[in-house]
Design a protein around this ligand. Sequence first.
Ligand code: TNX
Length: 496
Amino acid sequence: MTTVSSGAGVVADAVIPAPVDLEPGEGVLDLTTVTIEAPDDVTARLAGELLAAAGAAVGPHDGVPVVLTPDPAAGPAGSESPERYTLTVTADGATVAAPGRAGLLHGVRTLRQLVNAGRGEAGGALEVGAVVVRDAPRYPWRGLSLDVVRHWFGPADLRAVVDLVGSYKMNRLHLHLSDDQGWRLDIPSRPALTKLSSEGAVSGAKGGFLSADEYRELQEYAAEREIVIVPEIDVPGHINAATHAYGELMPSGEATDSYDGIEVGFSKLSFDLPATEPFLRDVFTDVARMTLGPWVHFGGDEVLTMQADEFGRFVVLCQELIAEAGKTAVAWQEAAGPADDDAPDLVRPGTLLQYWDMRPDPAPFVRAAQVGARFVLSPADRAYLDMKYTPEHPLGQQWAGFVELRDSYDWDPAAVIDGLPESAVEGVSAAVWTETLLTRDDLFSMLLPRLAAVAETAWSRPEAKDWASFRVRVAVEAAAWRRDGAPYHPTPQIDW
Ligand code: TNX
């Protein structure tokens, strides 16, 4: 794509993630006042919020028409994605056509970026050059995995994250809700989890948790924006918050001390204790019941001191409990089991495995795919947005190396796991762990601009991706971040 100026300061090359097809036309649309027509009130309200955030005055009468219409024929030729859309801008108005609400919102998100691009940081005229955008995602799963345990981020922060994720057309927010340091979701059948273990966080920071109502409200807020919340309860390791609340989960019968460090791999459940299976059943049944989306993540990572056989029994049981509760299981890559030809298959068809650690032999993942597992890719050297940008960066970790913006951009999800067929790739998730991130500003400065790069890697096909073009588009987008006061890291890789 090239930068297109079709009027005073009107830039068409501003869309992140890069669309399948963008064709500039003749004329300029002025969106200073807008009247939205949509198939339902929620869609109309959300479209209005997006355009108002770009500076438009949204009212019931006499504005320029922005019309959202259900249309199964919309989108790029041949696309069957339920999220596809066509945005048409002429001098007289804008239309978004899409088979479903996700596509309608995506079209408005694209329009918002086009308006922003024309306005720049100073907030100039709300003009958009005539254009037709036909667009659809490469992968159905485009997400962010967020650790709210090591440091606690409450409902207001989480809504801001939902908005950010949505602005780049991502559709999953995976919340890491339990770990050694704290338990962040009220479980009605196991009240001691939040009663005794929600206050903790790293280095004595203040904890917190989502009540059942707050969890439901957050999911509804996300669902309106076509984003699914995926809850993770991490077992059988990363479990000290639970063993602190329920001593019966320990062989000694004694509750463990609370923990506020950042070591991993030391805590675990014991499969053969009588309290263990009822605990897992209660927790996963409650979480499934409280969850609107189809997925429940059971963790399974970094259980460094457990025999493979016991670990395997946990993997099988958790998938069974989650299936009985009517959901599809997600787990970290370790749930594929060890690289041993004689080891039994642990994963069920349809289970999603989240790949993160590039170090192990890929053979178990290829085997899991043959059994029917699907993969969400979060390779730490590309998609872990808690890695430092550079050695000097004040925040973040470095166990997977440094992840500059270009590292988070220049990779192909289909080529991450040797021997894995692309048909087994469900999508991509950025991940951000919060050991070193204390505030919303800390968090956003790690996400931006890299989240935009991962979003484009998840949405755009290789032929639509281009680093030189992305550099220009990110700089255009940053004007909106500055206007909105969203903190970002001004990496020297971009001419801001
Ligand atoms: C590895 S990623 C972990 C987390 C840490 C993260 C820090 C994964 C499944 N486990 O417990 O927070 O590294 O980057």
